[in-house]
Design a protein around this ligand. Structure first.
Ligand SMILES: O=C(O)c1cc(=O)[nH]c(=O)n1[C@@H]1O[C@H](COP(=O)(O)O)[C@@H](O)[C@H]1O
Length: 276
């Protein structure tokens, strides 16, 4: 099954557009695990097990593992997700972007070492930096387009004077991803829940692409406005929340609390869809 097919299937099976982001920070772990980077796998596996029937995807953020030298725990977590939640696609949030020869190594890391179903990429270095990922048949790649952070404006909202129609940079990225860069239908776009008007604009320019939408929860993005702007029956939206779910409780009940928060967010998103 391709990543796009897995997304559609998980969306239907779990009735969900919620993605749980796995951003493990040992300093925020519950008392029994707190401050211990060797427990990253244990923490994440509990979250995965508690939420696997509620999500369209999981999104481990690679920096939270690499910063602690915990790559082997990420390896183990990827295998755990594969066996405990085989129906849930895994997006490795790596935000890579480099020249073709180096990108080949990053692609190998994401898809061969970790066995991810999709990856996040920065399109800043151009098509030849994206192409190596597209050689992996059936895998997905989400290009940063209009990111959730305020500083996204610095570049992404600049006008490209030399390009037809003088689009904003993020509009140009959306057009490239919907059109000439999307050789085998593997591309999606990242658009922040903190900017619903831009989600709507990206949807106009990229009507058939899946959108990865982080920014609900800890960053305060508007879940209902996000769904209204981005939802399409034939192009899934993957709405990510990390900290609000992972750290819903600092106690031993953290996995149950994560489940409740995931359930609440999923219902909120589904309700917005029904109202839409
Ligand atoms: O690519 C991403 O996932 C991403 C893009 C973006 O524009 N904004 C953004 O917050 N993210 C990631 O999404 C997650 C958001 O985490 P929370 O703010 O805790 O829900 C983090 O892992 C970020 O690195």
């Amino acid at each position: 099954m391709t990543f796009m097919q897995m997304l559609q299937a998980a969306q239907q099976r779990n009735g969900s557009m919620l993605c749980v982001g796995l951003d493990p920070d040992p300093a925020r772990f519950p008392a029994a695990l707190k401050g211990d980077p060797s427990r990253i796998f244990d923490f994440c596996a509990r979250i995965v097990d508690a939420t696997a029937d509620l999500v369209i995807a999981f999104k481990p953020q690679i920096a939270y593992f690499a910063a602690h030298g915990a790559e082997l725990q990420l390896d183990r977590l990827m295998r755990h997700m594969r066996s405990a939640a085989p129906h849930v696609p895994v997006i490795l949030d790596a935000k890579r972007g480099d020249i073709g020869s180096t990108a080949e190594q990053y692609a190998k890391e994401a898809f061969e070492r970790y066995g991810a179903d999709a990856v996040t990429l920065s399109p800043f270095m151009g098509f030849d930096s994206v192409q190596p990922y597209l050689k992996y048949e059936g895998k997905g790649a989400f290009l940063l387009c209009r990111t959730s952070n305020p500083g996204g404006d610095d570049l992404q909202n600049q006008r490209l004077a030399g390009v037809d129609g003088q689009p904003l940079l993020y509009e140009h990225i959306a057009r490239l991803a919907q059109g000439p860069w999307n050789l085998n239908g593997q591309l999606g776009l990242v658009v922040g829940a903190t900017y619903p008007a831009e989600i709507e604009r990206v949807r106009q320019l990229a009507p058939t692409l899946p959108l990865l939408i982080p920014g609900v929860g800890a960053q305060g993005g508007d879940a209902a406005a996000t769904v209204k702007a981005g939802w399409r029956t034939d192009a899934p939206i993957v709405v990510n929340s990390s900290r609000a779910i992972l750290y819903a409780s600092a106690g031993d009940d953290f996995a149950d609390a994560a489940r409740r928060e995931a359930q609440r967010t999923r219902e909120q998103l589904q309700a917005a869809r029904a109202a839409g």
